[in-house]
Design a protein around this ligand. Structure first.
Ligand SMILES: Nc1nc2c(c(=O)[nH]1)N[C@H]1C(S)=C(S)[C@@H](COP(=O)(O)OP(=O)(O)OC[C@H]3O[C@@H](n4cnc5c(N)ncnc54)[C@H](O)[C@@H]3O)O[C@H]1N2
Ligand code: MOO
Length: 348
């Protein structure tokens, strides 16, 4: 990179190698144009009025890329489905959600990119639920001019490993809910759990095809699970009866339904007594009563992933431990917090 002296009138489309300072007596002293600025036709009279008839412009070598062009190329390479890019500002390009869904970060590719010199890509955590318009990531280069080879290396990583930042849309699943507990079934108390589960399912764009009620009877719970799936449920949530009392028979009921238990117990608080099973392709969730009491629980970490169609394994549930502790803030800001969002399956 070299600086070349040229006439101001010939500078349109060229790049300033340094700030150009404007001083107006008693009023202003500061950069009228910043280092790296791309000179436009409108800038010429301004520069002439500042007394600049000649200026220095950047002379890029053949193997060099200006920061703004590099930023645009980095953003384009990193952005996958459901992601749009802003224009560059001092090389920084921001990535935004074009749709509502679940943010997916290709962490090994992200790490490879950030191990390169002179470029950075910074993202929200993997599996963050995001809304259309949310900022997901920012990328930029460090110097004013970067080696073509570095930008090309990022493009090669993204081409080989897949885009680094994407948003998975939620599928519209038909969900069935089974509320367990003889006290509710027999009408001793009003159901307060079914409405919470319905709201969480519907907030993700899925439908609740029905809420069924079961006493603390494992055979009846099993029968209702099979019935809901036979009626077309693509997701089943069973509430309560998940802990240690003699009447807590939901895990047994899920097992007796023919569902294979993937994991009983999640390293998430609230949500330790959570259970995930699959009957064929249909996820069956056993949701402990904390899901009725706390605003945000393990269900908020698992449900969005199931609603994208992801099949979760015991290993992925185990990995939620890192970051799986809710701080119980007086005003919940989830997902704008650390809850559940560090959970990453480590890549050997
Ligand atoms: N000795 C132990 N006790 C508990 C443990 C434990 O490890 N050892 N774990 C605790 C944790 S963690 C949780 S979470 C809860 C899990 O509770 P359950 O899922 O078994 O909930 P239930 O016993 O069925 O009910 C608890 C409570 O909530 C009321 N309830 C349940 N469903 C409804 C509903 N649909 N509408 C209204 N109210 C409902 C129920 O009547 C009970 O009062 O266990 C801890 N205990
Ligand atoms: O399942 Mo309890 O889940 O930790 O409050």
């Amino acid at each position: 990179m070299q600086a070349q002296k040229i006439k101001v009138e010939e500078a349109v489309g060229r790049i300033l190698p340094h700030d150009v300072t404007k001083i107006v007596r008693g009023e202003f002293k500061g950069p009228a144009f910043k280092k790296g600025h791309l000179i436009t036709a409108e800038d010429i009279p301004v520069l002439l009025a500042m007394g600049k008839e000649q200026i220095y412009v950047l002379e890029l070598a053949a193997d060099e890329v200006h920061e703004d062009e590099a930023g645009v190329r980095l953003g384009r390479a990193a952005a996958g489905n459901g992601v749009t890019c802003s224009g560059p500002r001092e090389s920084r390009v921001n990535l935004f959600a074009a749709i509502t869904g679940l943010l997916k970060i290709n962490i090994p590719a992200l790490e490879k990119i950030n191990a390169l010199p002179d470029v950075i890509l910074s993202t929200l955590p993997n599996n963050t639920p995001v809304e259309k318009g949310d900022m997901l990531a920012g990328t930029k280069v460090i110097p004013l001019v970067v080696k073509e080879e570095t930008v090309a290396a990022v493009e090669r990583i993204c081409a080989a490993d897949g885009p680094v930042v994407s948003v998975q849309p939620y599928k519209q699943l038909d969900a069935g809910i089974i509320v367990t507990g003889s006290e509710v079934y027999k009408g001793r108390i009003k159901d307060a759990f079914g409405p919470v589960l319905r709201e969480k399912v519907e907030a993700l764009g899925s439908r609740v095809q029905g809420i069924k009620y079961a006493p603390d009877d494992e055979q009846e719970i099993a029968r209702l699970i099979r019935e809901l799936i036979a009626e077309g449920a693509q997701l089943v949530l069973v509430s309560g009866g998940m802990s240690v009392d003699p009447d807590d028979v939901t895990p047994r009921g899920i097992h007796l339904s023919g569902a294979k238990i993937e994991k009983y117990g999640a390293p998430v608080l609230p949500g330790a007594m959570f259970l995930l099973a699959y009957r064929g392709e249909v996820p069956v969730i056993g949701m402990p009563a904390c899901g009725m009491y706390f605003r945000t629980t393990v269900l908020d970490l698992i449900l969005p992933r199931l609603c994208t169609g992801e099949r979760l394994t015991a290993r992925e549930i185990s990995s939620l431990g890192h970051g799986g502790l809710c701080r119980s803030c007086p005003e919940c800001r989830y997902p704008r917090c650390s809850f559940g969002l560090a959970g990453v399956v480590s890549h050997e």
